[in-house]
Design a protein around this ligand. Sequence first.
Ligand code: 6CS
Ligand code: FE
Length: 294
Amino acid sequence: MSLPDISRMDRYPTRTAEPLPHIDRSDPTVWGTIETATLSDFEADGFAILDALLDPMEVADFTAEIDRLTRDPDLWLDDRLIIEKSARRVRSIFEVHRLSTAIAELVRETRIAGLARQILGSEVYLHQSRVNMMPGFAGTGFYWHSDFETWHAEDGMPAPRAVSLSIALTDNHPFNGSLMVMPGSHRTFVPCHGRTPAEHFRESLREQQIGVPTQADIAELANKHGIRQFTGPAGSALLFDSNIMHASSNNITPFPRSNIFLVFNSVENTLGAPYGADAPRPTYIGSRDFTPVR
Ligand code: 6CS
Ligand code: FE
């Protein structure tokens, strides 16, 4: 009889043929020591809002930098540029820290990477970076999901020891598709039902169909935790746990919404083989360069 491979015992099974019950998270939320007062509710809520993380000059500079990227004809031929499903408009650009030295330098700053180090209690590296553009009238949202569910299933991230920082480059109003989160939902892992099709990521980056909770799952969590929305002026930011349940709705207002999205993972939580897919996603979506951010 062969012994089970303990190193691959999966505490967060998902993408299974049969539905599974919710799983209480067995990992901590905060692995380090919180020093920044604005992060004091992160453990309980699974997110924190940082006012004026960038000043107005920086917002203008990064906006110009991203405008430059979206107008680069070479990038339109690059897999890292994702176009909206029903409009020839840029939805996301991945690996922006490799496309822009200004963004690479921003990531390294203590006011940015230092937030992730406090939460994750170790050195950190960038698992994913992207800019998201939600144009006026035409921006489409993202259905409810946990990022960790995808990163675990499709990228082979072992534990929810990662945080995302979404830095607003435009004002986030309640009405232009800003992010909704369920405070406290990061303590529950919601397994998703259904095998991951090959090359699933090409579709899921525009509209996710596999790896989404059921309406009953979403209702249960929403009734228990409620829903909060991230609003605030350009330059403010949302830091959130990799497993928090979140979503955004379509933007039918004339006011665009764009943000820089950075995912930091602990160097003690580096990727292995995917837990719920046959092949890992490309490295521009889930990096396998685990060099610490310094
Ligand atoms: O697929 C991913 O990795 C991601 N997708 C969503 C909808 N949110 C975060 C992350 O970039
Ligand atoms: Fe997400």
